[in-house]
Design a protein. Structure first.
Length: 162
């Protein structure tokens, strides 16, 4: 018979002193290439079935959220300029040309941010992605863009008429 000192292989394909196969966690998910079995009465599709795969990098509401954040930055920039205007004017001591340049830069930046928030908000609302945030972005961006356009037009009119 067999000598009791000799170890016997556990499986015929495995060498006597091989490492055992690692145990799989009971919480492990099936691989993406393995599909779920077909219910009774339905034919099984040939070949491996695709799994769910990884989640997309951006969520379904990221465009609405982005438009909302841009609208908040636009509103905060306008509020900051309104609060700091008296301080800037007082510190210039008669150099109003510099204040007009700062105001023009703020207006152009506000117009760019407002139009961006408006466009992204409209796209997000049409896609149905977070419609409340998209609506807020449309409102804030539209008001900012109209305010800047009318402000620039009124300054232009006063420059021509006076």
């Amino acid at each position: 018979m067999s000598d009791p000192q000799q170890p016997q292989p556990a499986q015929p394909n495995q060498p006597p002193y091989a490492q055992p196969a690692p145990m799989q966690s009971p919480y492990a998910r099936p691989a993406a290439s393995q599909g779920y079995p077909a219910p009774a009465g339905y034919p099984q599709a040939a070949g491996p079935q695709p799994g769910y795969g990884a989640a997309p990098a951006s969520g379904p509401g990221s465009l609405g959220r982005t438009a909302f954040i841009i609208a908040l930055v636009t509103a905060a920039l306008g509020l900051l300029f309104v609060i700091l205007s008296p301080i800037i004017i007082a510190g210039m001591r008669g150099q109003y040309g510099l204040y007009e340049v700062i105001s023009l830069v703020r207006s152009v930046l506000g117009l760019a941010l407002g139009v961006t928030a408006l466009i992204l908000g409209v796209i997000a609302a049409r896609r149905g992605s977070q419609p409340v945030l998209a609506g807020i972005a449309i409102g804030v961006g539209g008001v900012e863009a109209l305010g800047v356009v009318f402000s620039l037009l009124s300054n232009l009119m006063y420059g021509v008429l006076l």
